[in-house]
Design a protein. Structure first.
Length: 401
């Protein structure tokens, strides 16, 4: 019996080996690099702007392979749905493909390069991201198409050149969210604060806190915390609950941050990445102030400040901000990571759930005889400065991204 089992085993091994030797590797053609990622980015900072790509084989051949390519806007909807994006097709006449056929010569793996060339950006909408799928439509030669890697998606975004506000000297801002009598702002089950920021220097004295935006002892975004964390670590604070980024944020460069409150939890995003999250009970109630609802954010619950503050907290000069702000917003909804990543440079002022939007791009208006930062939503929550906004408070030629 044992001898029979040995013969059977040897037979099976031989059969497996013969099957393995019979398997032949099948050559395929595809867009180079899509085996790692099918998406590439092109930032348009003037025209012409271009990005190159090639077709490639999995093995050498002895004949010419011709690969026909074309842009295909019909693929955009499925891409957006799969990746939770909202890309738009490129405006007509804004681009061209440098070639419609890629040629792979005998005994070469890769084709000649083709380029997507942006020739006209005048029809680009501010802050809008576009998508251009380029796909292989036909292959001539003795190889087959690798369907999974036949398309490359180019995300295309025009650089926004704008201004930013430098909170130099004694400048900071206050916002009165009670002015319209909107009681819903005292009990928000979900909310988001976000901004682009550039810190030139952290506060050099006790309590070593550089305030960004929010309400002290309620819901505040800041850098530093009495030397309990590095002075340039971003933190959300309030109601006894802090979410602190694990790594300090470099000074002297632009970053984006967002604090998202939902389901009694605060999430802190920096440059679109989730850095920290922690339970948050909602806003506390203070004597003489609008009463807070448990598990909700109250944009009118003040402790050490007369109102929602930008660049200061606890009404303390030792907690001011040294640096610039741009694209600052408050929402009465929880933004998703996709929302944050897709709209760092601009958002439609009429977006649902947007409570206040200060672009800090030089847009001002007059209120009670004072020049204030305009709230672009039209809700009237203008940011009132602590001092006159001088010409040298505006930083020119700020680019995003």
């Amino acid at each position: 019996m044992k001898q029979i089992l040995v013969y059977v085993s040897l037979f099976c091994i031989g059969l497996m080996l013969s099957c393995t030797n019979a398997i032949e590797f099948e050559n395929r053609v595809y867009i180079a690099g899509t085996e790692e990622s099918d998406t590439r980015q092109l930032i348009v900072d003037g025209v012409p702007s271009e990005v190159a790509f090639m077709a490639t084989l999995t093995d050498l051949v002895d004949e010419v392979i011709e690969v026909e390519i074309a842009a295909d806007n019909g693929l955009i909807e499925a891409y957006n749905r799969k990746n939770h994006k909202n890309y738009k097709p490129m405006p007509g006449g804004s681009f061209n493909l440098s070639a419609s056929v890629l040629r792979i010569e005998p005994q070469n793996l890769r084709s000649n390069p083709a380029k997507v060339v942006i020739t006209d950006d005048s029809a680009f909408e501010e802050g809008t991201s576009y998508l251009m799928p380029v796909t292989i439509t036909k292959v001539k030669g003795g190889v087959k198409l690798l369907d999974a890697s036949k398309t490359v998606y180019f995300t295309i975004l025009k650089t926004i050149v704008t201004k930013a506000c430098n909170l130099r000297g004694s400048l900071y801002f206050r916002v009165d969210f009670s002015k319209n009598g909107d009681e819903s702002l005292t009990a928000l089950p979900a909310a988001t604060m976000e901004t682009r920021f550039y810190c030139t220097a952290t506060m050099s004295g006790n309590p070593w806190i550089s305030s960004i935006m929010g309400l002290e002892e309620n819901w505040l975004i800041r850098m530093g915390d009495a030397r309990n964390i590095p002075d340039n670590s971003v933190q959300t604070a309030g109601s006894g609950s802090n979410a602190t980024a694990p790594n300090p944020t470099p000074l002297g460069e632009w970053h984006h941050l967002a604090a998202v409150f939902e389901n009694k939890t605060v999430k802190l995003y920096i440059d679109g990445n989730l850095e920290a999250q922690t339970p948050h009970p909602g806003s506390s109630s203070f004597d003489g102030k609008p009463k807070s609802t448990p598990g909700c954010i109250n944009l009118m619950a003040m402790y050490g400040d007369p109102s929602f503050s930008i660049g200061i907290s606890a009404n303390a000069t030792a907690r001011r901000w040294n640096g610039y702000f741009s694209e600052m917003r408050v929402w009465k909804k929880a933004l998703t990571r996709a929302d944050i990543v897709n709209n760092m440079c601009y958002v439609d002022p009429a977006s649902p759930g947007l409570v206040a939007y200060w672009r800090f791009d030089g847009s001002t208006t007059e209120e009670d005889g004072k020049t204030v930062i305009l709230d672009h939503t039209g809700n009237g929550y203008n940011a009132v400065p602590s001092a006159t906004i001088a010409a040298n408070n505006w930083v020119e030629n700020v680019k995003c991204p």
